[in-house]
Ligand binder design. Sequence first.
Ligand SMILES: *Cc1c(COP(=O)(O)O)cnc(C)c1O
Length: 369
Amino acid sequence: MSELLERLANLPLRENLRGVSPYGAPQLDVPIQLNVNENTHPMPEVVRQAITEEVHRVAGQLNRYPDREFVELRERLAAFLGHGVTPDQVWAANGSNEVLQQILQTFGGPGRSLLSFPPTYSMYPLLASGTNTAYIAGERGADFDLTAEAAARQVRESQPSIVFLCSPNNPTGTALGLDVVEAVYAAGEDAQTVVVVDEAYAEFRQTGTPSALELLPGRPRLIVSRTMSKAFALAGARLGYVAAAEEVTAALRLVRLPYHLSAVTQATANAALKHVDALLANVEDIKLQRDRIVNELTRLGLTPAASDSNFVFFGGLADPQRTWEALVSHGILVRDVGIPGHLRVTAGTEAETTAFLSALERHLGTGQG
Ligand SMILES: *Cc1c(COP(=O)(O)O)cnc(C)c1O
């Protein structure tokens, strides 16, 4: 143990923080970063200009606290979502991780539980632990599928306070049918379970894959979570948001810190939302690269999962750790999510995708894949 870790262990830490490491994928300085599902396309110049001007404008007012209710931003987010969502039904924070934490602070806590279905977003158990909420790991079928029937049965059995459904799911990439969300919501009637659908990758979904936003009317325990970190290419700005019944957003206000969304964050997000079309223009190209990865990996004899997101989860590797290292040696960073035989890769620009595919093909050709 390093001397610092020893000193840390001597602190009067909360029990559930003992021996824990901070969450985060390795941040290696390699040229092609396809490991954390960022949008790798450059920010369009028109959006960059708009953000710069808007931030310059508010910089003159930074002596004042920002609009605590971020009214303009909620209006713009509601307009973007459509589906009849009103500004009073929208709530935002510094990344969807913060909104998810606020949901746990509001509806979880000691004596309460969170159910989700691994493999899924690895932050869920950590957010549960950080709020002293019991974490229940549900089960998926073979091929990591989750049927309405199996999900509803597990909700009835465990009576959780909260369920997180990730759709499209990270790391597998596949979206859930709305029948799963409906069944989980209905199964949570007795326990008054709050159902959160994390749609961080919604903008990349295949044509015909619906959003859980459609299910909001008449379902006051349903929350749909989105982020500007992926399709909007604004991971660095930290802006995540949810749509839910007005009483749910009123409840989330009970735990938010005052002025949690800085004036700079609000200005950045508002400026970006004035240019949604320019910002999302890259999404179609990313979807093309994603489909190209799925096709090429299949041709190479690997088994990619169907993807509604900007990344591809693929199996069929004899030694994923070795493949990961071989790709790093070519300057390409992908994600080892710890599932035997599998890796996850973000769809990059056309050039990045080409570099990934040819490095992988060469590596597999060595017979060490
Ligand atoms: C990337 C990601 C998020 C986004 O987190 P932010 O805090 O908004 O950057 C949320 N959920 C899932 C499943 C993700 O993969």
